[in-house]
Design a binder for this molecule. Sequence first.
Ligand code: BGC
Length: 778
Amino acid sequence: MKNLTIASSGLLLLAMVSCNTTPKLNADNIDEVIAAMTLEEKAHLIVGTGMAGVSGDSAVVGETRSIVPGAAGTTFPIERLGIPAVVLADGPAGLRIDPAREGDSETYYCTHFPIGTLLASTWDTDLVEEVGNAIGNEVLEYGADVLLAPALNIHRNPLCGRNFEYYSEDPLVAGKIAAAYVRGVQSNGVGTSVKHFAVNNQESNRMGNDAQVSKRALRELYLRGFETVVKEAEPWTVMSSYNYINGKYASENGDLLTTVLRDEWGYPYVVMTDWFGGKDAVAQMEAGNDMLQPGTDKQYQAIIDGVNNGTLDEAVLDRNVKRILEMIVKTPRFKGYKYSNKPDLKAHAAVTRQSATEGMVLLKNDNNSLPFNKDVKNVAVLGCTSYDFIAGGTGSGNVNRAYTVSLLDGLKNVNLNIDESLKDKYAKHIAAEEERNAPDPNDPMAKFLPRKRPNELVPDAATLSELAKKNDAGIITIGRTSGEFLDRTLADFNLTPEEKQLIENTTKAFRAEGKPTVVVLNVGGVIETASWRNTPDAILCAWQAGQEGGNSVADVLVGNVNPSGKLPMTFPVAWADHASSANFPTEGAASQFGFDKEASTNKLLWDYTPYEEDIYVGYRYFDSFGKNVSYPFGYGLSYTKFEYSEPKISEKDGIYTMTVDVKNVGDVAGKEVVQLYAKAPNAKAANKPEHELKAFAKTGTLKPGETQTVKLTFAAAYLASYDEDKDAWVVDAGDYTFEVGASSRDIRGNVNANVAGSETKLHDALKPQATLNTLKRQ
Ligand code: BGC
């Protein structure tokens, strides 16, 4: 009895001691928790919990993966310190988790929202914030904590396989749209991870490619959108990219992750790697890459060894651990949020249907062929993609949605009659093509890569002529899929001879009957349009519009919605017209696995990509070098027309405000995207772009005859160029011309202002290793 009493009081003592020395994490005791952590616990927290099927998995993986199956990763749980595993899951077009779970009859579908490029084409930050809000609600209600999105790498070249996830060739559009998305998602109390920081502009050899970029192009283009989102929206995390930048992995790059991101921009939160990114865990820690996802045993060991052998200062580890814990205490999981697994998918379907219409770009509309008038009741629907509508891209940017509304269903839903005679033909043709293109069952990459598109079916002249007699309009869809791991090829950019023939022959047949032909582009990125755009009556670039795509397109075709999207990138005449095409790999071989490298005709670009076009990307190139384009940056038609008044400009406390009255002078209600471009004094001699976007705004819905005064604001500091010799942002003093335009090539008015010069000193960071032969205007 005595012994027992002693034993139990001993236990009590032990419990009291451990109570004192083992704090449970809360928002106010992070330092104390770190002090109580073992080195092993710190290393575990840094490296995540591994990934199934990949060698080097941590033992804990099975346990944490079961929290939200299909999520991309989790942080490492440390129960004794009250540190839960928090869940990281992909975006950006919605939450990517598994739709079904073993032994569970419930489903876990998420809403597939429009792709990033479509969202950017809305030029509407309020709308993007609303979409982000709906996405964030699914993150919260499905029990995830951080969404691995948005993705805002610059569209350096149309062939980048992941451009569909990204926003624009212009960093202002990319940064503002990303900031709106982050605000929307994070308003739910969950986090985001802005990615891929930085210069991840190609998929080819993405884990080994060294982007050699001038300091100026980095500052003015590739980092600038990230600076905007980091400063304006405070994303909980930043994801470093796979590639090297000027000789150093992004995730091991202290210039990037500490000097620029933290010291210059003031970013205090977590940086995590892209999945398995970088090589040297100790270098990553030192560079300020706090978390290594999804984490391997090798990385864990490297950190332990590093501290033990003195190559990694434990204070550095503690700093990184602290940032992770500061993130964890903000999460719904830490706060014990009881998620429902039942987000309002119906309400979100309405959000995606409507928002998708706002980013569709009307490229051509001869004789007001669109919207279809009341006489258009019967339509012939052509093109394989019409029968196999594409919701989005592949890879981590895919979303496991419950359904995709096909174009046929969308058209039926707006009471159009579909010519049924084609249905069977297309079904058979597509099935045969799928069999022909069936992926090699032994190819481990096959399930990750986009399916090969079917060869196009071209009905003969007699069939087309009959279709034209029976129907009131022809609709042809041209489709392209792309996705992670693979850059697009030139063949993918160009139309096939069959596709061109289909457009040509159908238009001819319908025109003979006095009826219109409309081409719908169901694409994730830019395709060639110059050689065929004169043929059809109308062209609608519908992008990949998410799971309600068919409904959204139909809403635009019949005029339920007046299109107001504009291009966030240029459509060139030919791919080679882009200055960056001289240094872009066109083989389209899968990325990190190094397949086909030997077969590649431009091997050099696998390992090393010199960004010789420098700052001359997209319209900065085309407009400065006087090149023809097929559709310029910022372009898009409406079913109505807008008139602009003469703009006025004023300055107060370093902020410029341009005002311009925009009037709807057409017959139907509509919205207009208004763009402000600045021309620097002596732009050509100073080797600056002809003009650059400095602000944009979208009007509300203007009724016919209605006018809105649009305000466009920007900071004087945003007029700066990067001076490589001074390592400073420099605003040249002098007379600037401020243009207001409906596109980069449709300038409606301008106003001059004398701007004071200024200089903001930065660091000599991210220097290229070799001298680059950069393009210059003079
Ligand atoms: C992609 C990231 C993604 C991550 C997790 C990587 O392959 O590049 O964008 O978030 O996987 O799925």
